[in-house]
Structures are given as structure tokens and as C-alpha cells.
Write a protein of this length. Structure first.
Length: 266
């Protein structure tokens, strides 16, 4: 089994955890692990390591926390490969395994896991295509400000508000920022998105659940001149007018534990 490893390299602690995980996957599970050229150099220096592209592999494996899974999802979707997360972070809701589970593992380590199709949000910003597994957030630029935003569903006005921002969340992301902002929890296979205002100026503005077949448009309105766009926690840029979001034609094949196949994940 050939695994494309996507490690968290943000600190030495995560690098050490990734090195340990690769060793266990190869020694205990009989896997052949490969990395991108950049990550090979970061982890193994000038000695290098096996370098391959994801299309030659059976699985994409993220080693880190949920943030690492969200980043690795881009590779998994692009190459149409299943993704499995191995947790070396804190909570790791999106991760099916913990590194400690590899200590006594064998070549069947991934056999109990089930593939779960996860819906993705899709949009274009400044001519570039992006997608999000968790959410797309439209926010203010500076602390202490608010932003005026209007949301349309299939071309019809759905809601408008002055707030810290608006979250458009997938079912997978419904237990993340959406939940903290007062939005509902959705089952992972729910065919819908949820739109949740962040600290709205008027308390009678509530979240909306809409079908995932809808075309959603978030517009900068009122006195606001722009809004900052984030996808899965990464700032992508600004909009001065509007941005359309739809369900991506592809989905993420995320491997999950049997008991958590129908559980929302952060």
C-alpha cells in the first residue's frame, strides 16, 4: 500500500510526530510512504525521502490535527483519492486514528475504516477556483468594526444584517465555527448548507438552513466597502461586491471510524 503523507510541519513537535508516524506505518503496517519534495526536505533534510505525486498512491494521509486534514483535503479532492487523518494534534475530530493506535497495528490498520462522502463548498475569487470542507466566512477587516452583508438564495434575497460576519457552512463544518456562532448541528450526510450570522447587530437575525443544490450569493451591502473571505480558516482575499457559492461537483472521500460515520466533525 502506497501512502501520500501530508504532515503538519509548523513546529518541531509536529515534525517529530510525523517522523514517528511514518516509521510506524512502514515498520508495523508494511506501507510505502511518499511525500512531496518540499515536505521530504523539511522532514529528512538533504538525505531526502521517497518523492511521488498523489496520483501514484492509494491514500492521502494527513498527520496532525483537523487543520492538517482541511489542507490535505485539497490534494485528496484534486487527485480523487481517499483521505485519512492520523491525529498528532489536540482534538482531531476529523482524524480516524491516533498515532498511539499504530504502535500495535498491522497491515490491516485501515481496514475497519469506512469511506464517508463529505460535501464541499465551491467558489471563484479573483479568477481562481477554491473549495472548502468546513466553511466559507465573510468577515470584517478590523476588530471593533462591523460589516453589512446580504445573502441571496437562487437570486432571491434571503437575509441581510450588520454583523461581525457571516458563515456559510457545510454539514462537516457545522460543529466548528458555525456551532460557536449559534448555528445548528447538521448530520454529515445532510443535503444542505447553513448560513449563520456572527454577532449580528440585531438579535432577531437567525441562521438559515438551505438545500445544497442552491446557488448562494453573499453581497457587500450598506455602508461597507469590502469583506474579507476565509475558506477553512485561511484568508483568501477581499470582495467589494459579491461572491457566489455552490456545491462542488466533487466530494471528499474521508475515511472515518465505524462508530463516527454519522457524526459531525470540526
Amino acid at each position: 500500500m502506497k501512502l501520500f503523507i501530508f504532515p503538519n510541519t509548523s513546529s518541531q513537535r509536529y515534525i517529530d510526530a510525523s517522523l514517528k508516524c511514518i516509521r510506524l506505518l512502514e515498520e508495523k503496517c508494511g506501507a510505502f510512504c511518499v511525500l512531496s519534495p518540499e515536505n521530504s526536505e523539511l522532514l529528512f533534510g538533504n538525505d531526502g525521502y521517497a518523492v511521488h505525486t498523489p496520483d501514484e498512491c492509494d491514500l492521502v494521509v494527513s498527520i496532525g490535527g483537523d487543520g492538517c486534514v482541511l489542507k490535505a483535503a485539497c490534494i485528496a479532492v484534486l487527485y480523487d483519492k481517499p483521505l485519512v487523518g492520523i491525529n498528532s494534534g489536540r482534538l482531531g475530530y476529523l482524524c480516524a486514528l491516533d498515532i498511539s493506535a499504530l504502535e500495535n497495528a498491522d497491515e490491516n490498520v485501515f481496514a475497519p475504516l469506512l469511506p464517508a462522502e463529505r460535501t464541499l463548498l465551491s467558489f471563484y475569487l479573483n479568477g481562481e477556483h477554491h473549495f472548502a470542507l468546513n466553511d466559507v466566512v465573510f468577515g470584517k477587516e478590523y476588530f471593533g468594526e462591523t460589516v453589512d452583508l446580504a445573502v441571496q438564495c437562487n437570486g432571491r434575497q434571503l437575509a441581510s444584517c450588520r454583523a461581525d460576519g457571516v458563515i456559510v457552512s457545510t454539514p462537516t463544518g457545522s460543529t466548528s465555527y458555525n456551532l460557536s456562532a449559534g448555528g445548528p448541528i447538521l448530520l454529515p450526510d445532510s443535503p444542505c448548507f447553513v448560513i449563520t450570522p456572527i454577532c449580528p447587530h440585531f438579535s432577531d437575525i437567525h441562521p438559515y438552513v438551505v438545500p445544497d443544490t442552491a446557488e448562494l450569493t453573499v453581497c457587500v451591502a450598506g455602508r461597507s466597502e469590502q469583506a474579507i473571505v476565509y475558506a477553512d480558516g485561511i484568508m483568501l482575499g477581499k470582495i467589494h461586491d459579491r461572491l457566489m457559492l455552490t456545491r462542488n461537483s466533487r466530494s471528499l472521500k474521508l475515511l472515518v471510524r465505524d462508530e463516527s460515520a454519522n457524526r459531525a466533525a470540526e
